[in-house]
Design a protein. Structure first.
Length: 263
């Protein structure tokens, strides 16, 4: 068990090093505060049922109290703080040595989450400032992860000028990947001879991709990267199919693939 866990921690360290050069905390808080939370819930329940002063509940005073409560009119909200990789690796080792294997596993997960967030930020920095004459909306950049090990990792960047918009999304989403591969493997060579075609296969920078068009949402290109990652490009108010392909050609897809560790 010790060799396996230390191998896992060392493996995460290697991943951190590689990601840095190539490109939450809820469970721990819950465990430490569980007893306190239970007591608080019990206290609140007693106050609600019996009244705060041993059962002397007054409907009038309750109503008056609620009227005097101010409403929130502002605030900066929560600050997005990615997990600290080195700190969590250290916590994992300490927890393992003390026999707290659950804590060690959680800290390793948090370290990996930190790596994912760092990779996402580096990919965003590698994207161009403008695409097809559209400027990036840096304030709307997104990097999210719903798990660890590149499961649920999503990176998103928007470019816009007036009513014209170009969106780049890098995602690890099994459902999306399955749908695209299903089309490429089974219906990718079909063509429509009559009427307007809404979806077909194209090659973008040497990658087999699916391009779609909708009157309501415009163009969309889905491009699988390796085994687990998918890139999607959406273009609103682009004039032609070639226009959206030209925009995609401005993205360094090979570099993003390398940063994700895809082969």
């Amino acid at each position: 068990m010790r060799k396996f866990t230390m191998f896992l921690i060392c493996g995460i360290t290697t991943i951190c090093f590689t990601a840095g050069h190539a490109q939450g905390l809820l469970r721990k808080i819950k465990q430490k505060a569980e007893s306190v939370t239970d007591k608080m819930l019990d206290k609140k329940t007693d106050e609600t049922v019996n009244g705060q002063n041993g059962g002397n509940t007054s409907t009038g005073s309750t109503t008056g109290s609620s009227k005097n409560n101010p409403s929130n009119k502002g605030g900066q909200g929560l600050v997005t703080t990615p997990p600290d990789v080195n700190e969590n690796l250290s916590s994992a080792e300490t927890a393992f040595k003390s026999g707290s294997y659950g804590e060690a596993r959680y800290a390793v997960q948090q370290a990996m989450l930190g790596v994912e967030m760092e990779i996402g930020q580096r990919i965003l920095k590698s994207l161009p400032e403008t695409v097809a004459g559209l400027k990036k909306n840096a304030a709307d950049d997104q990097v999210t992860s719903t798990g660890w090990g590149w499961v649920g990792l999503t990176i998103r960047r928007e470019y816009q000028e007036g009513d014209k918009q170009f969106t780049v999304t890098v995602a690890n989403n099994a459902a999306w990947m399955q749908a695209v591969n299903l089309y490429l493997n089974n219906a990718g060579y079909s063509q429509t001879t009559g009427g307007e075609q809404k979806v077909k296969q194209v090659k973008v920078k040497g990658y087999r991709s699916v391009i779609e068009y909708s009157e309501g949402s415009g163009y969309k290109i889905s491009l699988p990267l390796g085994q687990t990652s998918l890139m999607m490009f959406e273009g609103i108010n682009f004039g032609t199919e070639q226009d959206i392909i030209n925009a995609v050609n401005q993205i360094d897809i090979d570099r993003i693939k390398t940063q994700l560790g895809e082969k």
